[in-house]
Design a protein around this ligand. Structure first.
Ligand code: FEO
Length: 399
């Protein structure tokens, strides 16, 4: 008698994934609420497994499969995304179930061959179909969302979209469906996921939204590779609006102040800049890197109109935690309209110059900067307030 069960998500599709309650670090992204590695079993004439799980979670998947069918009856495996959190378990699963065929996109064939040279994988075409006997899977490449191999699979007869990472979130729960969870939690977790995983690929999201709309496909269930399965299509339609807003880089009257501090001087400057922004009615997220990490900063950046970066100078350089964050934010290619820099120093004081350059490299219009020798004087505090106020005015004039 199996201990772990499959969960039915449509007439012939079952969730057979794994829940990772304990993961807190996902290639640089803090997953404070864990995650799930979703895989799906289609009970068609050709029994098919859609996606795998991370290495180490294979037994959980196989146990869930065994609750509805002997795993050795799986004939096809479809890999929608080759990243190892979904493909890492496929070699062991394939060794046990001995599928007739494994399918992936052309890019997926290349990636899977690099990770697991022993796996024979057959390519499917963008727009191609695979007969499962009494059911049909259709494929849609979603290149660079978020890897070159990424694709969607669509079970036409039951209108189930297997969307791999898209519309997912890193959230470990005992609930399997969106309508079992608070909407605010779904939005919060999706925001963090989009900001940290998808922001860079926003132009592709815009294209994909158009491609899906043009396809005329309708959905009853959207089954991503992480987090809850979407079965309330009103909720999903609302989430599509968020994806549209995020990918269109629409920003709010909001500023992010991100900084680190050695002896509280840069911290004091941050508070004065914050006050200047608030005086203009701007919502501010003030993020001290000893209390939060790069993932939280990226999440808050998603709808911010300004980023104000602060760091003390150490060894003629930027304080290292700020270098880390600025590199991360630059890579994600936020299109934040405005930027500014600030920081304290004892003698050389390069950090503000370097931060200003980094902001310019990110494409921000750099509004100004403030430096403070050792502890901010009353004059420096006033400059900080005025800088915040000026940025606030710019945001108000833009939005
Ligand atoms: Fe969930 Fe891109 O892997």
């Amino acid at each position: 008698m199996p201990n772990l069960n499959a969960i039915k998500i449509s007439d012939s599709v079952y969730w057979v994934g794994a829940i990772d309650w304990n993961i807190r670090y996902f290639h640089g992204y803090s997953t404070l609420k864990g995650t799930t590695y979703n895989a799906y079993l289609v009970l068609s004439d050709k029994i098919t497994l859609i996606d795998g799980v991370k290495k180490g979670f294979e037994d959980e998947l196989l146990e869930r499969v065994a609750s509805v069918v002997d795993p050795k009856k799986i004939e096809y495996i479809v890999s929608n995304h080759a990243e190892p959190d979904h493909s890492g378990g496929i070699p062991k699963i394939a060794e046990i179930v001995k599928p007739e065929k494994i399918f992936a996109s052309k890019g997926g064939v290349r990636a899977l061959a690099a990770y697991y040279p022993e796996l024979p994988v057959k390519a499917v075409a963008d727009g191609g179909e695979l007969s499962l006997g009494n059911k049909t899977l259709k494929f849609m490449e979603t290149k660079m969302l978020h890897w070159p191999d990424s694709m969607f699979s669509y079970l036409a007869e039951e209108e189930v979209l297997f969307s791999q990472d898209a519309f997912g979130m890193h959230l470990a729960t005992s609930e399997r469906f969106d309508d079992e969870l608070p909407w605010s939690l779904l939005v919060d977790m999706s925001t963090g996921y989009y900001a940290n995983i998808i922001t860079l690929y926003s132009p592709f999201v815009q294209n994909l939204l158009k491609k899906v709309a043009a396809s005329g496909l309708t959905f009853k269930v959207v089954a991503p590779d992480h987090g809850p399965v979407w079965r309330n299509m009103d909720n999903f339609a609302e989430m599509l609006k968020y994806y549209d807003k995020w990918s269109a880089r629409k920003t709010d009257k909001k500023a992010v102040i991100v900084y680190d501090s050695m002896w509280h001087s840069t911290e004091k400057m941050a508070r004065c800049i914050e006050d200047g922004l608030v005086s203009q009615g701007i919502k501010v997220k003030s993020l001290f890197l000893q209390s939060c990490d790069r993932s939280e900063v990226a999440t808050e950046m998603l709808d911010a109109s300004a980023v104000i970066a602060g760091a003390p100078t150490i060894n003629n350089e930027i304080f290292p935690s700020m270098s880390d964050v600025m590199c991360y934010l630059k890579g994600l290619k936020f299109k934040t309209p405005f930027g500014a820099a600030f920081g304290s120093y004892g003698w050389s004081g390069e950090s503000v110059k370097y931060l200003s350059q980094m902001l310019a490299d990110m494409g921000c219009e750099v509004i100004g900067s403030v430096k403070s020798l050792y502890v901010p004087s009353e004059e420096v505090k006033k400059q900080c307030f005025e800088l915040g106020k000026e940025i606030g005015e710019k945001i108000n004039n833009r939005n």
